[in-house]
Design a protein around this ligand. Structure first.
Ligand SMILES: Cc1ncc(COP(=O)(O)O)c(C=O)c1O
Length: 416
């Protein structure tokens, strides 16, 4: 086996979860998913497809109906003046993680230099490492209660030797979200250095700040893209996206997922937006990875996009309520440092006096019945700066569970 594969760390989040698996008394907030089932009309679309016998291979890049629906959906979310996204720029993938891996496979050779903004979901730094790249991390900093990017540090790290820059915004685990101005600087810099930009925007709709004024009127769908799906026109709340400012042929790939905004984590459906000239090549890579996403899953994706107004706004409103329930409760605990995240589905907080995040997360499972993810899981160099941090996924159907979790944490802190 290749050394990089042998060297892959077992996920620290999994290791903590394994300590509490099978224990019904543990409140589990360690993984990034809601405990709410996918809406019935989406499940029914998949069941209908299966009962009609759609059990065959499909086109590598996805069903044309789904690619059109994604293009229309993506275009309707764009700011005024932004280029519409055509279906010729869409590749349907088996989840967001597959979209990310395909993007990395497409541009990264062994020995290449890749820069990633961290802390970040561990897969994003593991994927280029699997390809044999050298991954350099530029760390966000918690300043005045908010996570900030040191732009000078990032620009200095991305040079003409950098093949790929990976940025996840809104960010898992911190919720940090790139501003439009920061996106413009990064895009201009990557154009100068010839660096590909991989933007992980799977949390784009889980954004709790007011929309940018320029987003108040949505872009028209691309010509020939079919009907605009219901709801998107009225739902402008979406984090700033690189697609708002980039040209269609920029060296930009944007990864998306049905998992978070449509409550579809187990379905494994996502997409990649890329320059049209690269799409055919991406299709070849899909052939050698998964061949295609299952047709019945894709049918469910079409219906989810067409009826997004029946899912996503409710998901976002509920998550905001969860965030606004959890964060003040945590802030009231002695020694806890946390602020409301502008996006995503996590509270990322520091416990004063508890240096080893992994140890604390394991003890919380065993001694308090509370399942959280350790902060150092999100930094591949296990950077000391991430020690003492814990991630709490607040996507809980019943916000009372969040209160119960905080009581357990308070009790555990009191016993120490
Ligand atoms: C930042 C980020 N990107 C991508 C994904 C992948 O999501 P999925 O593969 O479920 O579509 C996740 C999942 O948690 C994530 O947190």
């Amino acid at each position: 086996m290749r050394q990089v594969v042998l060297d892959l760390e077992e996920s620290l989040i999994r290791q903590v979860a394994n300590a509490g698996m099978g224990r019904s008394d543990v409140l589990k907030f360690w993984f990034g998913e809601s405990d709410e089932v996918t809406p019935a009309f989406i499940r029914e679309a998949a069941a209908r497809s299966l009962s009609e016998g759609e059990t065959f291979y499909a086109h590598n890049l996805g069903l044309s109906e789904l690619r059109e629906a994604i293009a229309t959906y993506c275009s309707a979310l764009r700011c005024e003046g932004a280029a519409a996204v055509g279906a010729d720029r869409i590749a349907v993938t088996s989840g967001g993680v597959n979209a990310l891996m395909l993007a990395v496979q497409a541009v990264v050779d062994a020995g290449d230099e890749v820069v990633a903004v961290t802390p970040v979901w561990p897969n994003l730094t593991a994927q280029p490492a699997i390809m044999g790249a050298q991954v350099r991390c530029v760390s966000l900093k918690p300043l005045g209660g908010q996570w900030r990017l040191d732009m000078d540090e990032l620009l200095a790290a991305v040079t003409s030797r950098t093949k790929l820059l990976i940025v996840n915004s809104p960010n898992n685990p911190t919720g940090w979200t790139l501003s439009r101005a920061e996106q413009r600087i990064l895009l201009a810099h990557c154009r100068k250095t010839g660096t590909w930009l991989l933007a992980d925007e799977v949390y784009e709709r889980l954004y709790y700040e007011a929309p940018a004024p320029s987003r108040l009127r949505p872009a028209a769908p691309p010509s020939g893209a079919g009907q605009s799906p219901g709801g998107v026109e009225n739902s402008n709340d979406c984090a700033p996206s690189f697609l708002d400012i980039a040209a269609p042929d920029d060296r930009l790939m944007v990864a998306h997922s049905f998992s978070k905004s449509f409550l579809m984590t187990g379905w494994r459906l996502g997409w990649l937006v890329l320059p049209a000239a690269a799409t055919t090549h991406l299709g070849k890579l899909i052939e050698f990875n998964t061949s295609c996403a299952p047709v019945f899953i894709q049918r469910a994706g079409v219906v989810a996009l067409q009826r997004t107004d029946e899912v996503t706004p409710q998901v976002v409103a509920h998550l905001k309520r969860c965030r606004d329930t959890l964060v003040p409760l945590l802030q009231a605990l002695p020694g806890v440092e946390v602020s409301p995240a502008p996006g995503g589905m996590y509270a990322f907080f520091r416990l004063a006096g508890h240096a080893d995040s992994f140890e604390v997360a394991k003890r919380l499972v065993l001694e308090a019945g509370l399942g959280l993810a350790p902060g150092n899981a999100f930094s591949p160099d296990l950077s000391p700066a991430m020690q003492g941090w814990l991630r709490w996924c607040f996507a809980s159907q019943d916000p009372a569970r969040l209160g119960e979790g905080v009581s357990r944490l308070r009790g555990w802190l009191g016993r120490r």
